[in-house]
Design a protein around this ligand. Structure first.
Ligand code: GDP
Ligand code: MG
Length: 229
């Protein structure tokens, strides 16, 4: 597939518990279709989509991962170099929300500090069976520095908005010098990282400090929990 010359190539990763709708969301965005009976994802599927954001050609390389524990070792290798993480849960299954902490730990340990994150409550067409309130989910997202979206992969509601908003944030940061691209081949996947210390702004410094603090706290707690003394 030929991509526009000079396009920014960004890696996205979609994570979350099994059956919350990761594959359905990714396919809705890339193919504008809903498959009611898609086979479960085995390890990772990467799909590419070219878009234009902020008058800039961007190619997204979206890694759709398997949610099961037994595939985690493989999926973990896809976090590194991701410009954005889309963390999905199912608003009709409270357990998929309760387990978000496990995924957050992976995000904190495996992504660059500059990576942008969205929390997505999916299956909004099944509002009547909702087990996670909008307020509860949004509070969790704010606490963990993520943008919260509610989507339906089935109807398509808000799905494009997730991917386009994240891309927009990244492109603005790249253009503003707050994030820099690592790697410069226009036909290869470009890894994105933080800009040099000189051009970081104060808000981002605060975000990073906060994320580092949370990461340290979580690791400390994990160590305490696993200590039998
Ligand atoms: P994954 O394991 O997270 O990739 O989940 P899938 O994308 O395979 O979806 C699991 C099941 O939920 C499938 O039967 C999908 O058809 C269904 N599903 C996914 N998204 C939605 C949605 O927005 N609304 C409804 N009603 N069903 C959905
Ligand atoms: Mg899947």
């Amino acid at each position: 597939m030929a991509y526009p010359d000079g396009a920014i190539h960004l890696k996205f990763i979609v994570i979350g518990e099994q059956s919350c709708g990761k594959t359905a969301l990714m396919r809705r965005f890339t193919e504008q279709r809903f498959y009611s009976k898609a086979p479960p994802t085995l390890t990772v599927d990467v799909t590419n989509k070219a878009i234009i954001v902020e008058n800039t050609n961007v190619v997204l390389h979206i890694a759709d991962t398997a949610g099961q524990e037994r595939f985690r070792a493989v999926t973990k290798s896809y976090y590194r170099g991701s410009a954005a993480v889309v963390l999905v849960f199912d608003i009709t299954q409270h357990t998929t929300f309760e387990n978000l902490g496990v995924w957050l730990t992976d995000i904190e340990n495996l992504t660059d500090v500059g990576t942008v994150c969205a929390l997505v409550g999916n299956k909004l067409d099944l509002q009547a069976n909702r087990q996670v309130s909008f307020g509860e989910a949004q509070a969790f997202a704010i606490e963990n520095r993520m943008t919260y979206f509610e989507t339906s992969a089935k109807t398509g509601l808000n799905v494009d908005s997730v991917f386009l908003t994240l891309t927009n944030m990244i492109v603005k940061r790249v253009k503003g010098g707050e994030m820099r691209l690592r790697g410069d081949k226009s036909d290869s996947v470009v890894v994105i990282g933080k800009g040099s210390d000189d051009d970081e702004d104060e808000d981002d410094d605060e975000d990073d400090d906060e994320r580092r603090r949370r990461r340290d706290e979580r690791i400390k707690k994990q160590n305490e929990d696993s200590c039998s003394c």
